[in-house]
Design a binder for this molecule. Structure first.
Ligand code: NAI
Length: 337
């Protein structure tokens, strides 16, 4: 089942035998709830030639386990004191390290623990793999991405084209939830989700999804759908009842974003996905990081798309999101300073 799901996310031409550009990918936090299934999915991606799994707990075991799968590509696991070895030569680094939410917590409640974890990992990356593309999953993404940017800036290694906050789970949820209401195929239902990655900062642009045409005018259904996209993560936290937050759907989303980037790095054109990056879109309002549709290319961020035409209801969502997003970003930058 996992195999089929992943393989569907990967275009057929990715299987071309004409010497595809292959890449060393590192996962930091590989022993965790997200890290384990994410590493499994990355192992099955033909664009990943070498997988480097690091965690302060359990990564060598996960690596030994995954390495037995009969797909090409090598897998190595590194214990707590081998971060530098894990990072050496990595071109893409995915970070799901840190604590997840428990019922009643917001993503910002994770700040105190995760900010330090992400800062320390970023410092190590700036020394050992300064040219790597870095994908941040650790929450609160609205703050952890600015932390990593600040650490890289201080080290003189920051390239805004190579730092991404992974908001793909919001996009995946938006497709799924809209498809459920509209009776469409979620794989063919596309909703751009912009802003940030927490509560009101998550802005689904349903007016740009043709499948939402019949829903936009029905205020009750529209409001419910928007709320579910913004707070879908809470459904999982509640159902897991203290055992963590989304791990499997996040691993899927992380592998999906990584696959988009790997294809773009390889030279495939026209790959446009939402991601939280250093962005000029709301810089005038003092907001330097924002998620919008981004075209990916051989150097990472190729082009940041404008939001396009948005509805009056979406204008309101944007108005509610910006102050919260600004606060989250400033908190991250202040911490890193
Ligand atoms: P988990 O607790 O199951 O796993 C986290 C792993 O990080 C553990 O194995 C832990 O040993 C490891 N870790 C802690 N400190 C580390 C360090 N300094 N270096 C390397 N590894 C370290 O948590 P889970 O469920 O995997 O979630 C991880 C993070 O992802 C959380 O912050 C969570 O909020 C976030 N998340 C993000 C989502 C998104 O859409 N971006 C969605 C869901 C979760």
């Amino acid at each position: 089942m996992l195999a089929r799901t992943t393989l569907r996310a990967i275009p057929r031409r990715a299987f071309s035998t004409s010497a595809p550009r292959q890449t060393k990918v590192a996962v930091l936090g590989a022993g965790g709830g997200i890290g384990q299934p994410l590493s499994l999915l990355l192992k099955m991606n033909p664009l990943v030639s070498s997988l480097s799994l690091y965690d302060i707990r359990g990564a060598p075991g996960v690596a030994a386990d995954i390495s037995h799968i009969d797909f090409p590509g090598e897998v190595n696991g590194y214990p707590a004191d081998k971060l530098e070895d894990a990072l050496t030569g990595a071109e893409v680094i995915v970070i799901p390290a840190g604590v997840p939410r428990k019922p009643g917590m917001t993503r910002d409640d994770l700040f105190n623990t995760n900010a330090g974890i992400v800062r320390d990992l970023a410092q190590a990356i700036s020394k050992t793999a300064p040219k790597a593309h870095v994908l941040i999953i650790s929450n609160p993404v609205n703050s952890t991405v600015p932390i990593v940017a600040s650490v890289f800036e201080k080290a003189g290694t920051f390239d805004p084209k190579r730092l991404f906050g992974v908001t793909t789970l919001d996009v995946v949820r938006a497709s799924r939830f809209l498809a459920t209401v509209a009776g469409t195929n979620p794989q063919e239902t596309h909703v751009p989700v912009v802003g940030g990655h927490s509560g009101v900062t998550i802005i689904p642009l349903l007016s740009q999804a043709k499948e939402a045409k019949g829903i936009i005018g029905d205020k009750e259904t529209y409001d419910k759908l928007v709320y579910r996209i913004q707070y879908g993560g809470d459904e999982v936290v509640k159902a897991k009842d203290g055992a963590g937050s989304a791990t499997l759907s996040m691993a899927f989303a992380g592998a999906k974003f990584a696959n988009s980037l790997l294809r773009a790095l390889k030279g495939e054109k026209g790959i446009v996905v939402p991601t939280f990056v250093k962005s000029p879109l709301f810089a005038k309002e003092g907001i330097d990081f924002f998620s919008s549709n981004v075209e990916l290319g051989p150097n990472g961020v190729e082009k940041i798309h404008e939001l396009g035409q948005i509805s009056p209801a979406e204008e309101e969502l944007l108005k509610a999101a910006l102050p919260e997003l600004k606060k989250n970003i400033e908190k991250g930058i202040k911490f890193a300073a």
